[in-house]
Design a protein around this ligand. Structure first.
Ligand SMILES: Cc1cc2nc3c(=O)[nH]c(=O)nc-3n(C[C@H](O)[C@H](O)[C@H](O)COP(=O)(O)OP(=O)(O)OC[C@H]3O[C@@H](n4cnc5c(N)ncnc54)[C@H](O)[C@@H]3O)c2cc1C
Length: 448
Protein backbone atom coordinates (compact mmCIF):
# COMPACT_ATOMS: atom_id res chain seq x y z
CA UNK A 1 0.00 0.00 0.00
CA UNK A 2 1.25 3.42 -0.71
CA UNK A 3 -0.03 6.75 0.41
CA UNK A 4 -2.14 8.08 -2.41
CA UNK A 5 -1.53 11.70 -3.17
CA UNK A 6 -4.10 13.70 -4.98
CA UNK A 7 -4.14 16.71 -7.24
CA UNK A 8 -2.77 19.91 -5.82
CA UNK A 9 -4.30 23.31 -6.29
CA UNK A 10 -2.66 26.64 -5.66
CA UNK A 11 -4.12 28.12 -2.48
CA UNK A 12 -2.21 28.11 0.77
CA UNK A 13 -3.59 27.47 4.21
CA UNK A 14 -4.28 30.74 6.01
CA UNK A 15 -3.43 30.88 9.68
CA UNK A 16 -5.45 34.05 10.13
CA UNK A 17 -3.32 35.84 12.72
CA UNK A 18 -3.00 32.86 15.06
CA UNK A 19 0.19 32.90 17.11
CA UNK A 20 1.91 29.76 15.98
CA UNK A 21 5.11 28.19 17.27
CA UNK A 22 8.29 28.95 15.38
CA UNK A 23 9.02 26.36 12.75
CA UNK A 24 12.70 26.16 12.16
CA UNK A 25 12.24 23.40 9.64
CA UNK A 26 9.54 24.40 7.23
CA UNK A 27 8.66 22.16 4.33
CA UNK A 28 10.81 24.28 2.08
CA UNK A 29 13.82 25.30 4.07
CA UNK A 30 15.92 24.49 7.08
CA UNK A 31 17.16 27.35 9.22
CA UNK A 32 20.28 27.16 11.31
CA UNK A 33 19.49 26.67 14.96
CA UNK A 34 21.16 29.60 16.74
CA UNK A 35 24.67 28.35 16.13
CA UNK A 36 26.01 31.07 18.42
CA UNK A 37 24.17 29.82 21.53
CA UNK A 38 25.71 27.59 24.15
CA UNK A 39 23.47 26.04 26.75
CA UNK A 40 24.80 24.35 29.86
CA UNK A 41 21.44 23.28 31.30
CA UNK A 42 20.14 19.72 31.32
CA UNK A 43 17.46 18.61 28.88
CA UNK A 44 15.29 15.55 29.41
CA UNK A 45 13.52 14.00 26.44
CA UNK A 46 10.46 11.85 27.08
CA UNK A 47 10.08 9.14 24.42
CA UNK A 48 12.65 7.54 22.10
CA UNK A 49 10.66 7.48 18.87
CA UNK A 50 11.74 9.35 15.75
CA UNK A 51 11.06 12.80 17.28
CA UNK A 52 12.88 12.13 20.56
CA UNK A 53 15.85 10.47 18.88
CA UNK A 54 16.31 13.33 16.45
CA UNK A 55 15.97 16.01 19.14
CA UNK A 56 18.68 14.13 21.05
CA UNK A 57 20.87 13.89 17.95
CA UNK A 58 20.71 17.68 17.49
CA UNK A 59 21.36 18.36 21.17
CA UNK A 60 24.37 16.06 21.05
CA UNK A 61 25.73 17.82 17.99
CA UNK A 62 25.48 21.09 19.96
CA UNK A 63 27.23 19.63 23.01
CA UNK A 64 24.13 20.02 25.20
CA UNK A 65 23.60 17.65 28.15
CA UNK A 66 20.55 15.41 27.69
CA UNK A 67 18.99 12.09 28.64
CA UNK A 68 16.09 10.20 27.03
CA UNK A 69 13.49 8.42 29.17
CA UNK A 70 11.68 5.69 27.23
CA UNK A 71 8.84 3.58 28.64
CA UNK A 72 9.26 0.63 26.29
CA UNK A 73 11.83 -2.17 26.32
CA UNK A 74 13.24 -0.86 23.02
CA UNK A 75 13.66 2.48 21.28
CA UNK A 76 12.04 3.40 17.95
CA UNK A 77 8.43 3.96 19.03
CA UNK A 78 6.19 3.44 16.02
CA UNK A 79 9.14 2.11 14.03
CA UNK A 80 10.11 -1.51 14.47
CA UNK A 81 11.73 -4.50 12.82
CA UNK A 82 10.60 -8.13 12.94
CA UNK A 83 13.10 -10.87 12.15
CA UNK A 84 12.43 -14.55 11.69
CA UNK A 85 8.91 -14.37 10.30
CA UNK A 86 9.94 -13.91 6.68
CA UNK A 87 13.08 -14.23 4.58
CA UNK A 88 13.44 -10.45 4.85
CA UNK A 89 13.07 -8.09 7.82
CA UNK A 90 9.52 -6.82 8.30
CA UNK A 91 8.56 -3.20 9.06
CA UNK A 92 6.25 -3.49 12.04
CA UNK A 93 5.28 0.19 11.98
CA UNK A 94 6.26 2.92 9.54
CA UNK A 95 7.47 1.47 6.25
CA UNK A 96 7.24 3.98 3.40
CA UNK A 97 9.12 7.21 2.90
CA UNK A 98 6.38 9.41 1.50
CA UNK A 99 8.35 11.67 -0.84
CA UNK A 100 11.91 12.89 -0.51
CA UNK A 101 11.45 16.63 -0.06
CA UNK A 102 11.75 16.50 3.70
CA UNK A 103 14.33 16.42 6.46
CA UNK A 104 14.99 12.68 6.06
CA UNK A 105 15.34 12.99 2.29
CA UNK A 106 18.31 15.24 3.04
CA UNK A 107 19.81 12.62 5.37
CA UNK A 108 19.23 9.83 2.85
CA UNK A 109 21.11 11.78 0.19
CA UNK A 110 23.93 12.70 2.55
CA UNK A 111 24.39 9.15 3.83
CA UNK A 112 23.96 7.45 0.45
CA UNK A 113 21.18 5.25 1.87
CA UNK A 114 19.60 3.06 -0.79
CA UNK A 115 15.86 3.46 -1.30
CA UNK A 116 13.67 2.06 -4.05
CA UNK A 117 10.54 3.56 -5.48
CA UNK A 118 7.30 1.72 -4.85
CA UNK A 119 5.08 2.27 -7.86
CA UNK A 120 3.19 -0.99 -7.52
CA UNK A 121 -0.14 -1.22 -9.30
CA UNK A 122 -3.50 -0.94 -7.55
CA UNK A 123 -6.59 -3.05 -8.01
CA UNK A 124 -9.90 -2.05 -6.52
CA UNK A 125 -12.38 -4.44 -4.94
CA UNK A 126 -15.49 -2.79 -6.30
CA UNK A 127 -18.96 -4.30 -6.69
CA UNK A 128 -17.48 -7.71 -5.82
CA UNK A 129 -14.92 -7.61 -8.60
CA UNK A 130 -11.25 -6.68 -8.87
CA UNK A 131 -10.91 -3.83 -11.34
CA UNK A 132 -8.06 -1.55 -12.39
CA UNK A 133 -9.93 1.72 -12.90
CA UNK A 134 -12.84 3.04 -10.89
CA UNK A 135 -15.87 4.43 -12.75
CA UNK A 136 -15.36 7.82 -11.07
CA UNK A 137 -11.98 9.51 -10.53
CA UNK A 138 -11.23 9.95 -6.81
CA UNK A 139 -9.28 13.11 -7.59
CA UNK A 140 -12.68 14.80 -7.86
CA UNK A 141 -12.66 14.88 -4.05
CA UNK A 142 -9.53 17.01 -4.04
CA UNK A 143 -10.03 19.45 -6.89
CA UNK A 144 -12.33 22.03 -5.33
CA UNK A 145 -10.60 22.48 -2.03
CA UNK A 146 -11.74 26.07 -1.44
CA UNK A 147 -15.31 24.85 -0.91
CA UNK A 148 -14.73 21.78 1.17
CA UNK A 149 -16.84 21.97 4.35
CA UNK A 150 -15.63 20.96 7.80
CA UNK A 151 -17.77 17.82 7.86
CA UNK A 152 -16.74 14.18 7.95
CA UNK A 153 -14.84 12.89 4.94
CA UNK A 154 -17.53 10.21 4.64
CA UNK A 155 -20.39 12.74 4.36
CA UNK A 156 -18.35 14.90 2.01
CA UNK A 157 -17.61 11.92 -0.27
CA UNK A 158 -21.31 10.98 -0.36
CA UNK A 159 -22.26 14.58 -1.18
CA UNK A 160 -19.70 14.52 -4.01
CA UNK A 161 -21.32 11.43 -5.51
CA UNK A 162 -19.14 8.70 -3.95
CA UNK A 163 -22.00 6.76 -2.40
CA UNK A 164 -22.33 3.33 -0.87
CA UNK A 165 -20.48 1.41 -3.59
CA UNK A 166 -17.38 3.57 -2.87
CA UNK A 167 -17.66 3.13 0.90
CA UNK A 168 -14.57 0.98 1.40
CA UNK A 169 -12.55 2.85 -1.22
CA UNK A 170 -13.26 6.04 0.74
CA UNK A 171 -12.25 4.18 3.93
CA UNK A 172 -8.90 3.45 2.30
CA UNK A 173 -8.29 7.15 1.65
CA UNK A 174 -9.30 7.96 5.22
CA UNK A 175 -7.14 5.09 6.48
CA UNK A 176 -4.06 6.84 5.06
CA UNK A 177 -4.92 9.54 7.57
CA UNK A 178 -5.27 6.98 10.33
CA UNK A 179 -8.99 6.97 11.01
CA UNK A 180 -12.47 6.09 9.83
CA UNK A 181 -13.96 8.35 7.15
CA UNK A 182 -16.77 9.25 9.57
CA UNK A 183 -14.25 10.81 11.99
CA UNK A 184 -11.77 12.77 9.95
CA UNK A 185 -12.48 16.26 8.73
CA UNK A 186 -12.93 16.60 4.96
CA UNK A 187 -11.76 20.19 5.18
CA UNK A 188 -8.49 19.31 6.89
CA UNK A 189 -7.93 16.19 4.79
CA UNK A 190 -8.11 18.25 1.61
CA UNK A 191 -6.03 21.09 3.10
CA UNK A 192 -3.40 18.57 4.16
CA UNK A 193 -3.15 17.17 0.66
CA UNK A 194 -2.89 20.74 -0.55
CA UNK A 195 -0.07 21.70 1.83
CA UNK A 196 1.92 18.54 1.27
CA UNK A 197 5.22 19.34 -0.46
CA UNK A 198 7.26 16.23 0.31
CA UNK A 199 6.54 14.70 -3.09
CA UNK A 200 4.15 12.17 -4.54
CA UNK A 201 6.36 9.13 -4.81
CA UNK A 202 6.66 6.46 -2.14
CA UNK A 203 9.94 4.73 -1.36
CA UNK A 204 11.03 1.68 0.58
CA UNK A 205 14.26 1.08 2.43
CA UNK A 206 16.50 -1.85 1.57
CA UNK A 207 16.20 -3.20 5.12
CA UNK A 208 13.55 -1.40 7.20
CA UNK A 209 12.68 2.20 8.07
CA UNK A 210 13.73 1.35 11.65
CA UNK A 211 17.21 0.35 10.42
CA UNK A 212 17.65 3.66 8.63
CA UNK A 213 16.72 5.67 11.75
CA UNK A 214 18.81 3.33 13.89
CA UNK A 215 21.97 3.63 11.78
CA UNK A 216 21.74 7.32 10.94
CA UNK A 217 20.31 8.79 14.15
CA UNK A 218 19.81 6.43 17.11
CA UNK A 219 23.34 5.05 17.03
CA UNK A 220 24.68 8.49 18.03
CA UNK A 221 22.46 8.83 21.12
CA UNK A 222 21.45 5.37 22.29
CA UNK A 223 23.90 5.35 25.18
CA UNK A 224 21.77 8.16 26.65
CA UNK A 225 18.46 6.28 26.52
CA UNK A 226 17.01 4.89 29.77
CA UNK A 227 14.66 2.11 28.64
CA UNK A 228 11.79 0.69 30.74
CA UNK A 229 11.32 4.14 32.26
CA UNK A 230 7.64 5.05 32.30
CA UNK A 231 7.29 8.75 33.06
CA UNK A 232 4.24 9.33 35.27
CA UNK A 233 4.69 12.91 36.54
CA UNK A 234 6.29 16.13 35.32
CA UNK A 235 6.51 18.80 38.01
CA UNK A 236 7.52 22.11 36.42
CA UNK A 237 6.36 24.31 39.30
CA UNK A 238 9.97 25.21 40.32
CA UNK A 239 13.02 26.30 38.33
CA UNK A 240 14.28 22.74 38.36
CA UNK A 241 11.80 20.44 36.67
CA UNK A 242 11.32 17.13 38.47
CA UNK A 243 10.25 14.07 36.53
CA UNK A 244 9.00 10.97 38.31
CA UNK A 245 8.74 7.51 36.77
CA UNK A 246 6.44 4.61 37.66
CA UNK A 247 9.07 3.22 40.07
CA UNK A 248 9.22 6.56 41.89
CA UNK A 249 12.68 7.39 40.59
CA UNK A 250 13.16 11.10 40.01
CA UNK A 251 15.13 12.98 37.37
CA UNK A 252 15.94 16.70 37.37
CA UNK A 253 16.11 18.92 34.32
CA UNK A 254 16.01 22.54 33.24
CA UNK A 255 13.99 21.85 30.14
CA UNK A 256 11.92 18.90 28.95
CA UNK A 257 11.04 17.85 25.41
CA UNK A 258 7.92 15.67 25.49
CA UNK A 259 7.51 13.41 22.44
CA UNK A 260 4.95 10.82 23.60
CA UNK A 261 2.04 10.07 21.22
CA UNK A 262 -0.97 12.39 21.38
CA UNK A 263 -2.99 9.44 22.75
CA UNK A 264 -0.78 9.52 25.87
CA UNK A 265 -1.14 13.29 26.26
CA UNK A 266 -4.92 12.94 25.97
CA UNK A 267 -4.90 10.32 28.73
CA UNK A 268 -4.03 10.73 32.40
CA UNK A 269 -0.88 8.62 32.08
CA UNK A 270 1.37 11.62 32.73
CA UNK A 271 0.42 14.08 35.46
CA UNK A 272 1.60 17.67 34.99
CA UNK A 273 2.21 19.89 38.04
CA UNK A 274 0.85 22.51 37.71
CA UNK A 275 -1.82 21.26 35.32
CA UNK A 276 -1.21 22.30 31.71
CA UNK A 277 -3.09 25.40 30.51
CA UNK A 278 -6.65 24.63 29.48
CA UNK A 279 -6.13 25.81 25.90
CA UNK A 280 -3.47 23.14 25.63
CA UNK A 281 -5.49 20.24 27.01
CA UNK A 282 -8.43 21.34 24.84
CA UNK A 283 -6.12 21.30 21.82
CA UNK A 284 -4.92 17.77 22.72
CA UNK A 285 -8.52 16.60 22.97
CA UNK A 286 -9.28 17.92 19.48
CA UNK A 287 -6.49 15.96 17.82
CA UNK A 288 -7.65 12.44 17.02
CA UNK A 289 -5.79 9.15 17.22
CA UNK A 290 -7.55 6.10 15.81
CA UNK A 291 -6.96 2.38 15.93
CA UNK A 292 -4.36 0.82 13.65
CA UNK A 293 -2.75 -2.55 12.99
CA UNK A 294 -0.64 -4.37 10.45
CA UNK A 295 -1.14 -8.07 9.77
CA UNK A 296 1.44 -10.01 7.79
CA UNK A 297 0.15 -13.12 6.03
CA UNK A 298 2.59 -15.70 4.69
CA UNK A 299 1.51 -17.86 1.71
CA UNK A 300 3.02 -20.58 -0.45
CA UNK A 301 1.82 -19.00 -3.72
CA UNK A 302 1.50 -15.42 -4.94
CA UNK A 303 -2.16 -15.49 -5.91
CA UNK A 304 -2.78 -11.80 -5.10
CA UNK A 305 -2.29 -8.45 -6.84
CA UNK A 306 0.32 -5.93 -5.70
CA UNK A 307 -2.26 -3.70 -3.98
CA UNK A 308 -5.88 -4.48 -3.27
CA UNK A 309 -7.93 -1.46 -2.25
CA UNK A 310 -11.47 -1.49 -0.87
CA UNK A 311 -12.02 -4.60 1.25
CA UNK A 312 -14.71 -4.44 3.92
CA UNK A 313 -12.46 -6.09 6.53
CA UNK A 314 -9.24 -4.45 5.32
CA UNK A 315 -9.36 -1.53 2.88
CA UNK A 316 -5.66 -1.83 1.92
CA UNK A 317 -3.67 -4.99 1.21
CA UNK A 318 -0.17 -4.80 -0.24
CA UNK A 319 2.48 -7.21 -1.44
CA UNK A 320 5.02 -6.74 1.34
CA UNK A 321 7.94 -8.22 -0.57
CA UNK A 322 8.09 -5.41 -3.15
CA UNK A 323 11.46 -3.70 -2.96
CA UNK A 324 13.00 -6.47 -0.84
CA UNK A 325 15.52 -9.13 -1.68
CA UNK A 326 13.24 -12.02 -0.82
CA UNK A 327 11.90 -15.44 -1.42
CA UNK A 328 8.98 -15.60 1.01
CA UNK A 329 5.53 -14.52 -0.15
CA UNK A 330 4.05 -12.03 2.32
CA UNK A 331 0.86 -10.01 2.00
CA UNK A 332 0.43 -7.03 4.31
CA UNK A 333 -3.04 -6.09 5.56
CA UNK A 334 -2.80 -2.40 6.54
CA UNK A 335 -5.84 -1.79 8.73
CA UNK A 336 -6.91 1.54 10.17
CA UNK A 337 -9.87 3.19 11.92
CA UNK A 338 -13.15 1.30 12.33
CA UNK A 339 -11.78 -1.76 10.55
CA UNK A 340 -8.88 -1.98 13.03
CA UNK A 341 -11.28 -1.44 15.95
CA UNK A 342 -13.54 -4.22 14.62
CA UNK A 343 -10.66 -6.69 14.24
CA UNK A 344 -9.23 -5.76 17.65
CA UNK A 345 -12.62 -6.56 19.19
CA UNK A 346 -12.46 -10.09 17.74
CA UNK A 347 -10.07 -10.71 20.60
CA UNK A 348 -7.39 -13.01 19.19
CA UNK A 349 -4.77 -13.10 16.46
CA UNK A 350 -6.33 -16.30 15.11
CA UNK A 351 -9.74 -14.63 14.77
CA UNK A 352 -8.17 -11.60 13.08
CA UNK A 353 -6.24 -13.80 10.65
CA UNK A 354 -9.32 -15.88 9.83
CA UNK A 355 -11.40 -12.78 9.09
CA UNK A 356 -8.76 -11.56 6.64
CA UNK A 357 -8.36 -14.98 4.99
CA UNK A 358 -12.11 -15.18 4.53
CA UNK A 359 -12.16 -11.81 2.80
CA UNK A 360 -9.23 -12.78 0.54
CA UNK A 361 -10.87 -16.12 -0.26
CA UNK A 362 -13.90 -14.18 -1.48
CA UNK A 363 -11.69 -12.09 -3.75
CA UNK A 364 -9.48 -14.94 -5.01
CA UNK A 365 -11.73 -18.04 -5.07
CA UNK A 366 -10.44 -19.70 -1.90
CA UNK A 367 -6.75 -19.41 -2.79
CA UNK A 368 -5.88 -17.57 0.43
CA UNK A 369 -6.86 -20.38 2.82
CA UNK A 370 -5.44 -22.97 0.44
CA UNK A 371 -1.95 -21.48 0.47
CA UNK A 372 -1.85 -19.90 3.95
CA UNK A 373 1.22 -20.66 6.07
CA UNK A 374 1.23 -18.32 9.09
CA UNK A 375 0.53 -14.76 10.23
CA UNK A 376 1.93 -12.05 12.45
CA UNK A 377 -0.46 -9.49 13.95
CA UNK A 378 1.05 -6.15 15.03
CA UNK A 379 -1.70 -4.25 16.79
CA UNK A 380 -0.57 -0.72 17.65
CA UNK A 381 -3.84 0.05 19.41
CA UNK A 382 -3.18 -2.35 22.26
CA UNK A 383 0.39 -1.18 22.88
CA UNK A 384 0.28 0.65 26.23
CA UNK A 385 2.71 3.44 25.28
CA UNK A 386 1.27 4.08 21.80
CA UNK A 387 -2.50 3.32 21.98
CA UNK A 388 -3.32 3.78 18.30
CA UNK A 389 -1.93 4.50 14.86
CA UNK A 390 -1.18 8.18 14.30
CA UNK A 391 -2.85 11.54 14.79
CA UNK A 392 -5.72 12.58 12.56
CA UNK A 393 -7.53 15.85 12.06
CA UNK A 394 -11.01 15.90 13.52
CA UNK A 395 -14.08 17.89 12.51
CA UNK A 396 -13.94 21.31 14.19
CA UNK A 397 -10.27 20.86 15.08
CA UNK A 398 -9.25 24.33 13.94
CA UNK A 399 -5.65 25.13 14.78
CA UNK A 400 -5.40 22.59 17.60
CA UNK A 401 -2.04 21.30 16.32
CA UNK A 402 -0.51 24.78 16.51
CA UNK A 403 -1.79 25.31 20.06
CA UNK A 404 -0.79 21.80 21.17
CA UNK A 405 2.76 22.40 19.91
CA UNK A 406 3.30 25.69 21.75
CA UNK A 407 5.97 25.49 24.48
CA UNK A 408 4.89 26.11 28.10
CA UNK A 409 6.76 28.49 30.47
CA UNK A 410 9.99 28.16 28.47
CA UNK A 411 10.32 24.78 30.19
CA UNK A 412 8.16 22.24 28.37
CA UNK A 413 8.46 21.63 24.62
CA UNK A 414 6.08 19.37 22.72
CA UNK A 415 7.34 17.34 19.76
CA UNK A 416 6.14 14.21 17.94
CA UNK A 417 4.26 13.63 14.73
CA UNK A 418 1.00 15.12 16.04
CA UNK A 419 2.81 18.39 16.78
CA UNK A 420 4.12 18.85 13.26
CA UNK A 421 2.64 22.09 11.97
CA UNK A 422 4.23 21.91 8.51
CA UNK A 423 1.58 19.50 7.23
CA UNK A 424 3.87 16.49 7.74
CA UNK A 425 2.10 15.02 10.79
CA UNK A 426 1.41 11.25 10.63
CA UNK A 427 4.87 10.59 9.22
CA UNK A 428 8.32 9.70 10.49
CA UNK A 429 9.91 12.74 8.90
CA UNK A 430 7.12 14.88 10.36
CA UNK A 431 8.09 13.58 13.80
CA UNK A 432 11.78 14.23 13.07
CA UNK A 433 11.02 17.78 11.88
CA UNK A 434 9.08 18.45 15.07
CA UNK A 435 12.04 17.28 17.16
CA UNK A 436 14.25 19.67 15.24
CA UNK A 437 11.76 22.52 15.71
CA UNK A 438 11.48 22.05 19.44
CA UNK A 439 15.24 22.13 19.90
CA UNK A 440 15.01 25.39 17.92
CA UNK A 441 12.33 26.75 20.24
CA UNK A 442 14.36 25.71 23.26
CA UNK A 443 17.48 27.50 22.00
CA UNK A 444 15.41 30.52 21.09
CA UNK A 445 14.19 30.71 24.69
CA UNK A 446 17.75 30.34 25.97
CA UNK A 447 18.78 33.25 23.76
CA UNK A 448 15.91 35.27 25.25
C1 LIG B 1 0.95 0.84 11.49
C2 LIG B 1 1.66 2.14 11.21
C3 LIG B 1 2.16 2.36 9.95
C4 LIG B 1 2.80 3.57 9.65
N1 LIG B 1 3.34 3.74 8.41
C5 LIG B 1 4.06 4.86 8.16
C6 LIG B 1 4.78 4.98 6.94
O1 LIG B 1 4.76 4.08 6.08
N2 LIG B 1 5.52 6.11 6.75
C7 LIG B 1 5.58 7.12 7.68
O2 LIG B 1 6.26 8.14 7.44
N3 LIG B 1 4.92 7.01 8.85
C8 LIG B 1 4.18 5.91 9.12
N4 LIG B 1 3.57 5.76 10.32
C9 LIG B 1 3.63 6.88 11.29
C10 LIG B 1 4.98 6.96 11.99
O3 LIG B 1 5.32 5.71 12.48
C11 LIG B 1 4.89 7.96 13.14
O4 LIG B 1 4.41 9.20 12.66
C12 LIG B 1 6.24 8.23 13.81
O5 LIG B 1 7.02 7.08 13.93
C13 LIG B 1 5.96 8.85 15.17
O6 LIG B 1 7.16 9.18 15.84
P1 LIG B 1 7.07 9.98 17.22
O7 LIG B 1 8.46 10.14 17.70
O8 LIG B 1 6.21 11.16 17.06
O9 LIG B 1 6.24 9.02 18.20
P2 LIG B 1 6.54 7.54 18.69
O10 LIG B 1 7.30 6.79 17.68
O11 LIG B 1 5.23 6.99 19.12
O12 LIG B 1 7.48 7.74 19.94
C14 LIG B 1 6.99 8.12 21.21
C15 LIG B 1 7.68 7.31 22.27
O13 LIG B 1 7.18 7.71 23.56
C16 LIG B 1 7.20 6.58 24.40
N5 LIG B 1 6.34 6.81 25.56
C17 LIG B 1 4.98 6.81 25.61
N6 LIG B 1 4.57 7.06 26.87
C18 LIG B 1 5.68 7.23 27.63
C19 LIG B 1 5.90 7.51 29.00
N7 LIG B 1 4.89 7.68 29.86
N8 LIG B 1 7.18 7.62 29.45
C20 LIG B 1 8.22 7.46 28.59
N9 LIG B 1 8.07 7.19 27.27
C21 LIG B 1 6.81 7.08 26.80
C22 LIG B 1 6.71 5.46 23.48
O14 LIG B 1 7.04 4.18 23.97
C23 LIG B 1 7.41 5.80 22.18
O15 LIG B 1 8.64 5.12 22.04
C24 LIG B 1 2.94 4.55 10.66
C25 LIG B 1 2.46 4.31 11.94
C26 LIG B 1 1.81 3.11 12.21
C27 LIG B 1 1.32 2.86 13.60
Amino acid sequence: MDRRRFLKQSSLLSLGGLLIPSTFFSSCRKETLFEDINYDGKVLIIGAGAAGLYAAYILKSRGIDFQILEANTNYGGRLGRLDGFASFPIDLGAQWLHGQNNILGDLINKSGTKITIDDSEEKYWFNNQLISTLPKDLNALFTNEENVPDVSFKDYAIAEGFGDEYKNIVENIAGDSGAAASLISAYWKVQEEENWVSGDEDFKFEETYFDFIDKQIATHVKDKISLNTIVSKIDYSQDDIVITDSNNNTYAANKVIITVPISILKSTDIQFVPALPEEKTTAFSKIGMGAGMKVFLKFTTKFFNQNIIGGAICAAYADDSIGKIQSDIILLAFIMGDQAAYLTALGSDVAITNALLQELDGMYNGQASASFVSSHVENWTTKPFIKGAYSYSTIGMGYARQIAAKPVDKKLYFAGEAMNVNGHHQTVFGAVESGYNEVGNLLKDVKG
